[in-house]
Write a protein that binds this ligand. Structure first.
Ligand SMILES: [Zn+2]
Length: 406
């Protein structure tokens, strides 16, 4: 074993820093690696040469600001990552490599809420089918990222008792999928995965401080602070849906009254239109009607935007993010919802906290969570996982790492 502080452990730590920077960005020039790791250009150059010789990274000529440069990315066969995203009504699976290429992706409609066992059966089949399609054996898989739309108990890794996922109470999704696939599984909630997806592949690329706000049946935020998801010690950071807006408002599923979610969650949004537009509406349909000029739907979307904006203003005052990315079906409404959000931010946030803020829709749509699941594995896999081992094999961490949920 290396002693901490020894020459070789320092070298190993530098190797891991370079690998992590490249893995999270997809590809970087050597100058960019030096900037993001704080290592000197000479050290980066030596490390890149070593990683190239071991086949861990590939170096391709590129140009940066008109100058010739060398772009470094992880080798396409350095390992495979799998993402599995359970929504309430769909299952989506993606297979990618560490060079950020999505090699295969598929989704199917499924009543996830009804039965966990059935959901896992389908997930297992789909993962195996996509791996076969890409031609990779399962021992090339470094890990599986798993997204669930319900609260996970951080201590036990089990889905808590909830009205949101009735067929899942007591299930430990990470352990279940890991034992079925024989692969390490990392679990997180949909908002954190959406944030990671947009950070690595979408509207948050190149930023290190952002919030992804998912507005669906529930409302939650994934917070990225200094390039890392912030989960808090209990894993519940980002519960923006339960900011109190009205002490005497409707009772929320959390037991409180007048939470943000009770004004903007899909159930509440659709309720507002029940009398005028009849039952059977969905959020995508409301967005479509609003875009065609339906005044009632426009009004409801604008009101919802203003309420979300109040939450965003609070978030700005606390965390001063550079970008807020709106996810979920409502984001498809574009300016109809974004302008009212910005108006509320201008009204309620401290000007200096909102000065550098941009409020934008996510660019990944319904793929944000599954791509975030791929990024979760890249972020959590442990840096030595991608380093070449003496026997040339991959040594993934074998434990199930369960992070937060709501
Ligand atoms: Zn609440």
């Amino acid at each position: 074993m290396d002693t901490p502080g020894s020459q070789s452990s320092l070298h190993r730590a530098n190797l891991e820093r370079v690998l992590r920077a490249v893995r999270m960005a997809g590809s970087l020039t050597q100058a960019e690696i030096a900037r993001s790791t704080g290592l000197s250009a000479a050290t980066v150059s030596n490390i890149v040469r070593e990683l190239k010789e071991s086949g861990t990274v590939v170096v391709t000529p590129t140009s940066s600001g008109g100058r010739r440069a060398r772009s470094v990315s992880l080798s396409a066969d350095a390992g495979i990552v799998v993402g599995v995203d359970f929504g309430h009504t769909h299952l989506r699976v993606a297979v990618g490599n560490l060079a950020h290429r999505v090699l295969a992706e598929e989704s199917e409609p499924i009543d996830v809420d009804a039965s966990a066992a059935q959901g896992f059966d389908r997930a297992e089949t789909l993962v195996e089918r996509l791996l076969t399609q890409t031609g990779f054996r399962s021992d090339k898989v470094i890990g599986v990222g798993l997204g669930v739309p319900g609260p996970i108990d951080v201590e036990t890794g089990a889905i808590g008792s909830t009205a949101i996922l009735p067929g899942w109470t007591g299930v430990e999704p990470g352990r279940e999928l890991s034992s079925r696939l024989g692969m390490p599984v990392y679990v997180d909630n949909d908002a954190n995965l959406g944030a990671l997806g947009e950070l690595v592949w979408g509207a948050g690329r190149g930023l290190s401080d952002l919030a992804y706000i998912k507005v669906a049946s529930g409302v939650g935020a994934g917070l990225v602070i200094s390039g890392q998801i912030y989960r808090g010690p209990g894993g519940t950071a980002g519960e923006i849906g339960h900011i109190t807006l009205d002490e005497s408002g409707p009772v929320c599923r959390c037991g409180n009254r007048g939470c943000l979610e009770t004004f903007v969650g899909s159930r509440y949004l659709l309720n507002l239109l029940n009398a005028s537009h009849g039952p059977g509406l969905s959020v995508p349909r409301v967005v479509q009607l609003a875009q065609r000029g339906d005044l009632g739907c426009r009004r409801v979307i604008a009101d919802v935007g203003r309420q979300i904006g109040t939450g965003v203003a609070n978030l700005c005052n606390l965390l001063n993010p550079r970008r807020v990315i709106l996810g979920g079906d409502l984001a498809e409404a574009g300016e109809l919802v974004l302008s009212p959000i910005r108006e509320s931010v201008a009204r309620y946030a401290i000007p200096s906290a909102a000065r550098q803020l941009s409020v934008v829709p996510g660019t990944l749509g319904g793929r944000a969570e599954v791509l975030g699941a791929l990024a979760l594995v890249m972020s959590e896999m442990g840096d030595s996982g991608a380093l070449p081992q003496p026997d040339g094999s991959l040594h993934p961490r074998s434990v199930t790492a369960v992070s937060s949920g709501r």
